[in-house]
Design a binder for this molecule. Structure first.
Ligand SMILES: [Zn+2]
Length: 385
């Protein structure tokens, strides 16, 4: 894909093309933003430009006429520097076969030359992956293009050892290489990593743009998913493709939660775990190569995030009359939550939900985590048994 075809990230794309046109490229970039808003697609399109053998040159005047950054979401960038799409380099990149383009992600550990490493299932991005697939490979001269590009996914999972190992190559990448870190939690990166890189921010997409891009589902479903994912088209699209559909799952989830009685807790927790398992299997089919345990945690966290959205809605309904609530399609259930938990209860239980997410991330009592969460809600003392 060309940079000019990136959807709704004109500001980030303009930053990159302007750096290319003026010859002020950084060695290392951090693409900061939530998952599913086009950071990897943009990194690949930028790599296509950096590696291209005959890039197109901007036709706009550079004589003091600034590019208009405030014309967002055209889907088509203004005429600007871009890859040609025709040379050998562009064709090989499009075929995922470019010898000078390297995608670094934690599951690469399965392809390590060390058999001991291949058995590991890391939660963070381990130093072994960084050493073998980045630091070793960056020393080798490019074989097709004039430079090499390394894109690191989930760089928020780089542990301190991995980041320290990266410092030298970030400062001065050998062989005219470029390193792009995709990051959804900037705070997880060490100040030394951040200071050696140029940060490019990627913003969320508007609700209407997400609805426009999801014609295969109802507007109600697309609007709900846009709000739940905080404007992540990629996440909204993948949730809509799961089987069972995440939207139907969340409707049943909220129906049952809003009418929850203590006698139902064990059954309901079991249903959540079973349904999360089904979502995980479906998710795996859509995301080949992803870690099953990671997706399992993500599926479970989606239930907690749905609950957080319901409690947040309950607070909004209490304070501001309920404008723009996420669960606008289940306003009765939201009202029922307001009656049962009130504003303060909802606020406290949002904290409990975030604690549950930390438990899930740490794989603590995975089977009991929902039972614990539901009982905490019930024990809050407001639900009448
Ligand atoms: Zn080209």
């Amino acid at each position: 894909m060309k940079l000019g075809d990136i959807f709704c990230q004109d500001r980030a794309v303009n930053t990159l093309t302007r750096a290319f046109e003026t010859g002020r490229l950084a060695h290392a970039y951090i693409f900061d933003g939530i998952d599913g808003i086009g950071r990897f697609t943009t990194a690949k399109a930028f790599a296509r430009l950096l590696l291209c053998k005959s890039p197109e040159i901007a036709t706009l005047s550079r004589n003091g006429t600034p590019r208009n950054d405030k014309t967002p979401c055209t889907g088509q960038g203004a005429k600007q520097a871009d890859s040609c799409g025709k040379c050998e380099s562009c064709r090989m990149l499009d075929a995922d076969n470019h010898p000078d383009f390297h995608h670094i992600y934690k599951e690469l550990i399965q392809f390590s030359s060390d058999p001991t490493n291949r058995k590991k299932q890391p939660i963070d991005l381990p130093i072994d992956v960084i050493r073998e697939f980045l630091i070793e490979k960056i020393q080798i001269r490019p074989s097709l293009s004039a430079s090499k590009v390394f894109v690191i996914s989930e760089s928020e999972k780089l542990n301190a050892a991995s980041q320290n190992a990266l410092l030298k190559v970030l400062e001065e990448p050998p062989n005219k290489s470029f390193i792009i870190l995709l990051c959804s939690k900037l705070d997880n990166l060490l100040p030394t990593t951040r200071s050696r890189s140029q940060i490019v921010h990627f913003g969320p997409l508007s609700e209407e743009k997400i609805i426009e891009k999801m014609p295969e589902v109802s507007q109600t479903e697309a609007r709900y998913l846009a709000r739940l994912t905080n404007g992540s088209l990629g996440q909204a699209q993948i949730l809509s493709k799961l089987e069972p559909s995440f939207y139907s799952v969340k409707k049943e989830f909220l129906d049952r939660f809003s009418a929850l009685q203590i006698a139902d807790t064990v059954d309901f927790a079991q249903w959540i775990n079973t349904t999360a398992g089904k979502l995980t299997e479906s998710w795996l089919k859509l995301k080949a190569g992803a870690s099953k345990s990671d997706l399992g945690r993500t599926a479970k966290k989606m239930f907690v995030l749905s609950l957080i959205s319901a409690f947040s809605d309950a607070m909004k309904v209490s304070f501001a009359g309920g404008e723009k609530i996420t669960n606008f399609d289940q306003s009765q259930q939201v009202k029922s939550i307001v009656q049962k938990f009130g504003q303060l209860g909802s606020a406290d239980l949002i904290e409990t939900c975030y604690e549950t997410i930390r438990f899930i991330d740490a794989s603590v009592n995975e089977k009991l985590v929902f039972e614990h969460l539901l009982l905490t809600c019930l024990n809050y003392g407001i639900i009448k048994v």
